[in-house]
Design a protein around this ligand. Structure first.
Ligand code: NBP
Length: 486
């Protein structure tokens, strides 16, 4: 019997996906560049299962039933192109190549066009959930050749996580690179969520003087409420973990954050599209600042360490500050997701994708790192109004914002007064205040632009599109600059 699907790349994600597929009744043919890793897998976790090894790509293709489906799970970049080049001569019209790695969406656009030009199909899919997700059910965000979706839909939805209502956390995102785009934004939102939680931890530790155990209990209680999420849950578990000497392990970990690129890609694309994803951008830059450990040491010696003295708070004062903090994190998180969906909407417009935003939120409800109770509310908001311009305008969320805003402001004030950095909490607050402002100071900005560069301005008392230039100094000319926006 031929295998249902082939998979190339037997690292942590590939191996676990293969076992997951096999658990659901699919036979899988596998290949890995380093053959010994494949042999170890076949003799270890894959022993006594309908999983076939292939030492060459020819052999892999031979093992597969038609139309052939081959999933590539390797390091993103050139390696994927190399595999595609090597597979093309071995495949027939109608066969499907699936890239499940974290590829950059323009690469997926390009590869989809290439395969379709040869009568083959291409799917670029985000897979989120790490090792555990891949094994038990990840969130899967596929896009590319729409004609290929029916051929993989059942398999993908069977191996995917299921939301609380039983819906698979996998649905067709759209054409071209849209699946990988949505995965990219998912990862960037993950950066934002992690940064917000880290800022809350920083405030708890430095402003309130809480111990790791106390903080763990606080995150546990948050996890029983509206902030219930995987990341809050693991934060509590991390804070409880002890090093060999019995002290909290987290305090021994160097404060230099790594990043693999999806956050950066998001910020670059958002700048390109003119979408203010401020919380995500701050989360990316907060990692960059953290990584400059040596420079921060030197700066701390000159500029003074910002750690404040612990105030003498009684229990009720402390509880009130924590209540505000929880509300602030929640409000900032809503704002971050609103920004993320603003970006996906703008990208869909720019790159001609038809994306169902409710379905995207639905796919993130289970399996992935940002899974949370709150994604149910986002799914519901888009279900209620498919044309929703922005999450912050949905009645459910606008109500929460009104209720939490005072707590958010108080939290930001306390942190700023104590000299604690809160880039995500504070920038999202400023974004929110700007977003809900009928009038911003950009009138002055336009005047400045016209003053020094004759860039022209529009007037509030004249129709949009009509432009004016003032000879501000009396010595400038009457020639205006072009009115285009970059
Ligand atoms: P890695 O991203 O570490 O990639 C390892 C795989 O790539 C191995 O099979 C390795 O083969 C192969 N590979 C490399 Br590296 N260079 C190669 C080359 N020049 N030619 C052929 N094969 C090459 O594995 P992973 O962590 O399982 O992730 C796989 C994909 O899934 C990545 O795109 C990743 O970004 C994405 N992803 C990862 C996670 C996660 O939590 N780890 C989550 C979601 C998505 P070898 O065995 O011969 O070295």
């Amino acid at each position: 019997r031929k295998a249902d699907i082939g998979l190339i790349g037997l690292a942590v994600m590939g191996q676990n996906l293969v076992l997951n597929m096999n658990d659901r009744g699919y036979s899988v043919a596998v290949h890995n560049r380093t053959v010994s890793k494949m042999t170890d897998f076949l003799q270890g976790p894959a022993a006594d299962r309908s999983i076939l090894g292939a030492e060459t790509l020819e052999e892999l293709v031979e093992h597969l039933s038609s139309p052939r489906k081959i999933m590539i799970m390797v390091k993103a970049g050139e390696t994927v192109d190399t595999y595609i080049e090597r597979l093309l001569p071995l495949l027939e019209k109608g066969d499907i190549i699936i890239d499940g790695g974290n590829s950059h969406y323009p690469d997926t656009e390009r590869r989809t066009t290439l395969l379709e030009s040869k009568g083959l199909f291409y799917i670029g899919t985000g897979v989120s959930g790490g090792e555990e997700g891949a094994r038990r059910g990840p969130s899967i965000m596929p896009g590319g050749s729409s004609q290929a979706w029916p051929a993989v839909k059942t398999l993908f939805q069977k191996i995917a996580a299921k939301a609380a209502d039983g819906t698979p956390c996998c649905d067709w995102v759209g054409t071209g690179g849209s699946g990988h785009y949505v995965k990219m934004v998912h990862n960037a939102i993950e950066y934002g969520d992690m940064q917000l939680i880290s800022e809350a931890y920083h405030i708890m530790k430095n402003l309130l003087g809480m111990s790791c155990d106390e903080m763990a209990r606080c995150f546990d209680s948050w996890n029983r409420g509206r902030l219930e999420s995987y990341l809050i849950e693991i934060t509590a578990a991390i804070l409880r973990t002890r090093d060999e000497d019995g002290s909290p392990l987290v305090e021994k970990i160097l404060d230099a954050a790594g990043q693999k690129g999806t956050g950066k890609w998001t910020v670059v694309d958002a700048a390109h599209l003119g979408v203010p994803v401020t919380l995500i951008a701050e989360a990316v830059f907060a990692r960059s600042l953290s990584a400059r450990t040596d420079e921060r040491q030197r700066a701390a010696a000159i500029l003074g360490d910002t750690a404040p003295a612990l105030p003498d708070l009684n229990d009720s004062e402390k509880a009130r500050i924590l209540e505000d903090l929880e509300a602030a994190v929640y409000a900032a998180k809503i704002t971050s997701y609103a920004q993320g969906f603003m970006l996906i909407r703008e990208a869909a417009r720019e790159y001609s994708w038809e994306i169902d935003y409710g379905a995207v939120a639905g796919m993130w409800r289970g399996g992935c790192i940002i899974r949370s109770a709150f994604l149910e509310d986002i799914t519901a908001a888009f279900a209620e109004n498919r044309e929703l311009e922005n999450l912050l305008q949905a009645p459910f969320f606008s109500g929460i914002m009104a209720e939490t805003l005072p707590s958010w402001r108080r939290t930001a004030l306390r942190a700023i007064e104590a000299g604690l950095p809160i880039p995500a909490l504070s920038s999202a607050l400023s974004f929110f205040e700007g977003y809900r402002s009928e009038r911003l100071p950009a009138n002055l900005l336009q005047a400045q632009r016209d003053y020094f560069g004759a860039h022209t301005y529009e007037r509030v008392d004249r129709p949009r599109g009509e432009v004016f230039h003032t000879n501000w100094t009396g010595t400038g000319g009457d020639v205006a600059s072009g009115t285009y926006n970059a």
